[in-house]
Design a protein around this ligand. Sequence first.
Ligand code: PGA
Length: 241
Amino acid sequence: MDFYITKDYEELSVAAANFLAGQITLKPNSVLGLPTGGTPLGMYKNIVAMYQKGHIDFEKIVTFNLDEYLGLNPQHPQSYSYYMATNLFDHVNIDRNNIFIPDGKTQNPIETCKDFDRTMAKFGSIDLMILGIGANGHIGFNEPGETLQVNTHVGDLSPETIDANSRFFTDKEEVPQKAITMGLGPIMKAKRVLLLASGSSKASAIKDAFNGKITTGLPASLLQLHCNLTVILDQEAATLL
Ligand code: PGA
């Protein structure tokens, strides 16, 4: 496990973008696992700038998003499809056929989850999985619980996650209560994992995730078992370490 502590969110975003750019440069046909949320916004902004300067090429890149809200169509401004289009995919030369995001509007969520796993399996393991972390220690929408799932599944958002994500919606009632999320399988099998955390609201989850104990009550704690994990934190997220 490698930990890097940056001065602030801007520095974290540059460091994360450089890490991702390094992966794309060294392996132009990388399979990436990508997060959404507030934390990676700065990374995507920097990576788009690097692309525009001609430093990186997405032509052969394949992406799998970690999750999508169940019930939101891809055009919904709070859907993760829309987030990815507006923050990354519309600005780079990625092949649309190489973008995989669970379909939030599926009529058959179980089949959609199986299909997502089958497609991931065709590409082998993910080369670089980038993750945020919830204040409750979730990764993707793998929420704290008695058990965690290996494969892609429909998960219930915890009350803390609904609260946290309500900042993106006009009304808390609008936050979907369920999401399709990758399970822990592809995360733990990824060749490299990059975890990003910014702000004091993440400090306690970061402290508990890396205290030497593993618990399904704090899904990110499983990352301690990953053989190639890099953690980039800003100072506020690192205060309790
Ligand atoms: P955030 O979400 O980046 O918006 O804080 C992270 C997460 O919930 O995984």
